[in-house]
Write a protein that binds this ligand. Structure first.
Ligand SMILES: Cc1cc2nc3c(=O)[nH]c(=O)nc-3n(C[C@H](O)[C@H](O)[C@H](O)COP(=O)(O)OP(=O)(O)OC[C@H]3O[C@@H](n4cnc5c(N)ncnc54)[C@H](O)[C@@H]3O)c2cc1C
Ligand code: FES
Length: 260
């Protein structure tokens, strides 16, 4: 299990409208964190909202003891978090999740993310890029929502950006470009994080084509540590299907092991 620490906010950046990148000093978390794990962040100093909010780790700087995360303001919790300023102490539990990405010595990998689901894939791409040929596919609804293009270009051999409406780069869904590339050469592994319809489609394609695939799920959560049953997921890997927890058993799963 992760540790609970008060971390100093050392850098705050606006990545796009309503999307923030926070860098926190958290050596105890940075030293243990793995790509695909997440943090549970206390967003209120006065009580409500009471529940911590889960946010994925975007980047780990072990040597400096820094952890970075990026979040979009959605409701009350993320709005309060966005109001914090440099120098503030933020109460963070992490790193959480027992399922993290498989960083083996693959020759060629494909990483596909949609919208805010691209953030947890950065640390993964960074680590894989040291030894594998990495193609990253990032899908967004439109040009205004395209984020982190330069950052992902630095950690990939090839970056494909798509917008649903064609307002920037390739028009269409990112998965269609992945499918097209797979006709020429299949990757050894596909990693995916993003909206559920995208994850379902990637999982189905990977199973059909017999390509190993890992998916990171961003189910709604309560406690974040397996205590409240708020994030149930059907696991189909054993003899009998059973219910597991995204927070405790995931958030990263082998696509063939879960029903989504
Ligand atoms: C493991 C995990 C990792 C995550 N990583 C990130 C991240 O890196 N960056 C980021 O911006 N967000 C991430 N999220 C989503 C983030 O936790 C929610 O957006 C946040 O909790 C919303 O809190 P709120 O109080 O602002 O909004 P609430 O008032 O709780 O909800 C506002 C709206 O957001 C929707 N919402 C809440 N939680 C989720 C969710 N998990 N998935 C989809 N919609 C949701 C609600 O349905 C509602 O419409 C992650 C979620 C999980 C479970
Ligand atoms: S969020 Fe409580 S069990 Fe997963």
């Amino acid at each position: 299990m992760g540790v609970k620490v008060n971390c100093e906010l050392v850098k705050k950046e606006v990545v796009a409208e309503g999307i923030y990148k926070f860098t926190v000093k958290a050596p105890a978390i940075a030293s243990k964190a793995k790509a695909g794990q997440f943090l549970e962040i206390k967003v209120s100093k006065t009580g409500a909202p009471f529940l911590r909010r889960p946010i994925s780790i975007y980047n780990i700087c072990k040597e400096e003891g820094l952890v970075e995360f990026i979040f979009q303001v959605k409701g009350e919790g993320t709005k309060l978090l966005a109001e914090e300023n440099v120098g503030a102490e933020i109460d963070i539990m992490g790193p959480l999740g027992n399922g993290s990405f498989d960083i083996s010595d693959y020759k060629k990998v494909a990483i596909i993310g949609g919208g805010i689901g691209t953030y947890p894939l950065h640390e993964l791409a960074k680590e894989l890029n040291e030894k594998s040929d990495v193609t990253v596919y990032m899908g967004f609804r439109n040009k205004d929502l395209v984020t982190l293009e330069d950052e992902f270009a630095k950690v990939s051999n090839r970056l494909v950006i798509t917008t649903d409406d064609g307002s920037y780069k390739e028009k269409g869904f990112a998965i269609n470009f992945l499918k097209e590339d797979c006709k020429k050469e299949k990757p050894d592994m596909i990693y995916a994080c993003g909206p559920l319809p995208m994850l379902k489609a990637v999982r189905e394609f990977a199973l059909e084509e017999n390509i190993p695939c890992q998916v990171s799920l961003e189910e709604r959560m309560g406690c974040g540590i397996g205590a409240c049953l708020g994030c149930a997921i059907k696991i189909i890997s054993g003899e009998e299907p059973r219910f597991g927890h995204v927070c405790k058993d995931g958030p990263v799963f082998n696509a063939k092991d879960v029903e989504i």
